[in-house]
Design a protein around this ligand. Structure first.
Ligand code: SF4
Length: 326
């Protein structure tokens, strides 16, 4: 039984919906962030060095070129023929509507691109932007709105200089759902001052708000950040792999099976990553999470010891209902 039999992953969800393997292709479209330019804050989040988010070579250049290059690599490696354009770095809704439309249109015009994944902040999704995304969805595209929340605790959000609170997240999710848009919520485990309890409580609040997707990310210390200075000064202790794996397994077991996990861990490139070292080895973390679920006899949504049936491609409505994996 593989990790994908215990966790409802994005890959399985997309294959069930579209009948083929669908891959994300990262696009860096030259956006900036309102938490850096003074609109919402200055200096950005204390852990943020955007260079650590993007694969090497994605430099904010032409969207079509980036997608063509990414497509060639993925197609060679996996044989995939369908893709989501993932606007990842910085705040990908932070521009005039017409510029957003031009960028998203350019991505969707590329061969094999069937949808968009748009990474942004909860305080940066005005209604016209949500209307634009909903219009793509209505035309049959796969659309995910990826909201960086990180923690539901306003004290933590202030401590890491997020520049928004939990209420803005709730409001963004509510307005996205009014338009039938699916939301993937990014959470960071191990933020300064937080424990496993905070991670579980944040997940409870996020599930109550009704997210359709989750991304889990261990907090790692990368060069060029305020967190790196705190860590060097002894003011931040990174979590151990065991602590992260135990908490990730808790969160997976708490999450209803209809929710799609877009990610269970994250890495940073070697020259950027300072700590913890285990964050450099994505597969060993994923294997450890699987081993922990096996040890507990658990899978997403509860105590399951049998293989789940293949993902039925749950509808937007059914994702909001409690479900069990048996
Ligand atoms: S993590 Fe996101 S919101 Fe925070 S500074 Fe970086 S780009 Fe901006």
């Amino acid at each position: 039984m593989a990790l994908t039999d215990r966790v409802h992953t994005l890959g399985a969800a997309l294959r069930a919906r579209h009948g083929v393997r669908v891959h994300k292709l990262t696009v860096s479209a030259g956006f900036v962030c309102p938490n850096m330019d003074g609109t919402r804050g200055r200096g950005g989040c204390t852990f943020c060095n955007n260079a650590s988010f993007s694969p090497q070579g994605y430099d904010g250049g032409d969207v079509a070129r980036q997608l063509a290059e990414g497509r060639a690599v993925i197609a060679r490696r996996t044989g995939a023929r369908r893709y989501l354009a993932y606007f990842q770095a910085y705040t990908n809704t932070y521009a005039e509507l017409e510029r957003l439309r031009a960028l998203y249109d350019a991505a969707l015009a590329q061969p094999g691109v069937i949808g968009l994944s748009i990474g942004t902040r909860p305080d940066c999704v005005p209604d016209p932007v949500l209307d634009l995304l909903a219009a793509y969805r209505d035309r049959g595209h796969e659309i995910w709105l990826e909201l960086g929340l990180q923690s539901s605790f306003d004290e933590t959000l202030a401590r890491v200089n997020r520049g928004h609170g939990f209420e803005e997240y709730r409001d963004a999710v509510r307005r996205a759902h009014l338009r039938g848009l699916e939301v993937c919520t990014h959470l960071i485990v191990g933020l300064p001052g937080e424990t496993e309890w905070h991670a579980r409580e944040t997940l409870n609040r996020v599930l109550e708000a009704g997210t359709e997707g989750l991304k889990l990310h261990p907090l790692h210390v990368v060069r060029g950040t305020r967190l790196a200075r705190d860590w060097r000064a002894g003011g931040y202790r990174p979590w151990t792999q065991d602590e992260y794996v135990t908490t990730a397994a808790d969160l997976i077991a708490m999450t209803p099976p209809g929710v799609v996990f877009h990610r269970l861990t994250a890495t940073a490139r070697a020259p950027l990553l300072l700590a913890p070292a285990w964050c450099a080895a994505k597969w060993s973390v994923l294997n450890a999470i699987e081993a922990e679920l096996v040890r507990r006899g658990t899978c997403q949504g509860g105590a399951c010891t049998r293989p789940r049936p293949a993902c039925p491609g749950l509808s937007f409505e059914s994702r909001h209902k409690e479900a069990t994996c048996r």
